[in-house]
Design a protein around this ligand. Structure first.
Ligand SMILES: Nc1ncnc2c1ncn2[C@@H]1O[C@H](COP(=O)(O)OP(=O)(O)OP(=O)(O)O)[C@@H](O)[C@H]1O
Ligand SMILES: [Mg+2]
Length: 285
């Protein structure tokens, strides 16, 4: 394992995802709450990067910005050769459908459709004929083929999570963005799921990001990036469960010794629309 204070550069020819200095704040009433404060990240083809950090550190927001679901205030995202942050909302949605596969923390299944229809609905709405053999194979691989006629409400959390995973894999995305994809799974199924996700990301021209709170999941990825208060704080290459656990403890200790206080600021008394960026993130490159 090696531990770095800032993200490492990877060979430019292999980069599938390049995130540069993303800044994002949310308006809450009259206040702007800064969530991402200059996050930079590179992911190479074939790589599976885990993102970890305390609850509220901005992990889901980062995935949403990378995948073009949330516009950024500043910074850029280039995924599979497409500069997502330069596109209009409409073109971003189109690019996202081709490039990105989301596995949402909240699953986002359509309640009135069966499991089988949930798998294919996104493609059908985009005018794409889904590969039904592949859909069946994914349901089998993830151990939920016996549930295909049921509706999501009748499934357990872990079963719903696997449906969401199968739906994302069916579109064969270049970039897989998985938000706590094993959070509701028991130990028997999380390994199967993780292997399916990794197999997708290891294909030529593909890669993935997995947000997780689980050091064992992160320890089985190629690299781990630690986020706190909307900034990348450290990176672990060749991670193990133990090294990830240690790094998380260190992150927590640092947080305790530097309390952040109230992050929001009043938009009526400040000139900037966004909080200052953390340019230090890429300076180590
Ligand atoms: N649409 C929104 N409007 C206002 N604030 C938001 C919005 N979305 C997220 N936030 C805030 O941004 C911060 C980061 O949220 P985010 O969901 O990215 O955290 P997270 O790291 O994914 O947390 P968790 O581990 O609990 O899933 C939180 O304080 C949250 O309340
Ligand atoms: Mg989250």
């Amino acid at each position: 394992m090696s531990f770095h204070a800032s993200p490492q550069a990877t060979s430019a020819s292999e980069i599938l995802l390049h995130v540069s200095h993303i800044v994002k704040a949310f308006s809450v009433g009259k206040r702007l709450v800064p969530v991402l404060n200059g996050v930079s990240l590179k992911v190479s083809e074939g790589e599976v990067v885990a993102i970890m950090g305390p609850s509220g550190s901005g992990k889901s927001t980062l995935l949403n910005c990378i995948g073009g679901l949330e516009p950024v205030d500043s910074g850029s995202v280039t995924a599979a050769g497409v500069q997502m942050t330069r596109l209009s909302a409409k073109n971003r949605a189109r690019a996202r459908r081709k490039t990105v596969g989301f596995i949402f923390q909240s699953y986002n299944l359509v309640p009135y459709l069966s499991v089988a229809d949930n798998l294919t609905v996104t493609q059908r709405l985009s005018g794409i004929t889904p590969d039904l053999n592949r859909a069946d194979a994914l349901l089998k691989e993830l151990g939920i083929d016996h549930l295909k006629r049921l509706r999501p409400a009748t499934l357990s959390g872990g079963e719903q999570q696997r449906v969401a995973i199968a739906r994302a894999l069916l579109t064969d995305p270049y970039l897989l963005l998985a938000d706590e994809p094993t959070g509701a799974l028991d130990s028997a199924s999380w390994n199967t799921v993780l292997e399916a996700l990794k197999a997708q990301c290891k294909r030529p021209g593909h890669a993935g990001i997995i947000v997780t709170h689980d050091p064992t999941v992160a320890g089985s990825c190629d690299r781990v990036v630690l986020l706190r208060d909307g900034r990348t704080r450290a990176e672990i290459t060749e991670p193990t469960t133990q090294s990830v656990t240690q790094a998380l403890a260190q992150l927590e200790n640092e947080a305790e010794s530097s309390p952040r206080g109230d992050r929001s600021y009043d938009t009526t008394s400040h000139n900037h629309a966004v909080p200052p960026t953390d340019t230090a993130v890429e300076q180590g490159r």
